[in-house]
Design a binder for this molecule. Sequence first.
Ligand code: SAM
Length: 204
Amino acid sequence: MEKFEALIGEMEEYGRSNHVPIINEKGMPVLLEMVRQKKPHRVLEIGTAIGYSALLIANNSADDVEIDTLELSQERADIARAYIDRSAYKDRIRIHIGDAGENILKLSGKYDFVFIDAAKGQYPDYFRKVYPLLTENAMVLADNVLFRGYVRGAAECPRRFKTIVKRLREYISLVSENNEFETVIREDGDGLAVSQRLPKENNR
Ligand SMILES: C[S@@+](CC[C@H](N)C(=O)[O-])C[C@H]1O[C@@H](n2cnc3c(N)ncnc32)[C@H](O)[C@@H]1O
């Protein structure tokens, strides 16, 4: 088996040269911090791209981790499969090709860690659909929730992003106002919402 770091480095280079959006170098430490804290056993990732974050999650989770990751693009899923097959996690990561909003509904069992990183305008829908699949102590992490500074109005939002920004604001309200979760918005990278489900007696 080749060295994990070399594989990850090759994927970063592929992402850069082919303009594939993968979690950036400022958001990634937050993702890893949370995964290392939770050491999840069952992970759902929404938005595989080339499998970069799926492999990083696998490498920092519990030894028995199983990951379901959802990707719309057949081409990206094929690239992800090829990279993942070169790792020690090839039997631990399943890629489901198709629209995530539809494929979430076909999943069963419970997830203790969910990483939302696909269509930004669909985040509220993803959360609502994922909710019944969460364990009692699940963590849900969503990337890009501050979307280029537009979500908090730090920058004037171009018309083409207005719907995305509206939906991301809706997502932040949805998780922040849900008293079953403690949500922290981390400003690193493009902004990450970290929502930790609270023990029932501690519901806010
Ligand atoms: C930001 S990239 C994911 C990056 C990946 N999580 C990482 O950090 O390595 C978002 C991915 O979501 C996929 N995507 C967009 N809309 C989708 C949808 N409706 N269903 C499933 N995947 C979708 C895109 O094709 C893209 O590959």
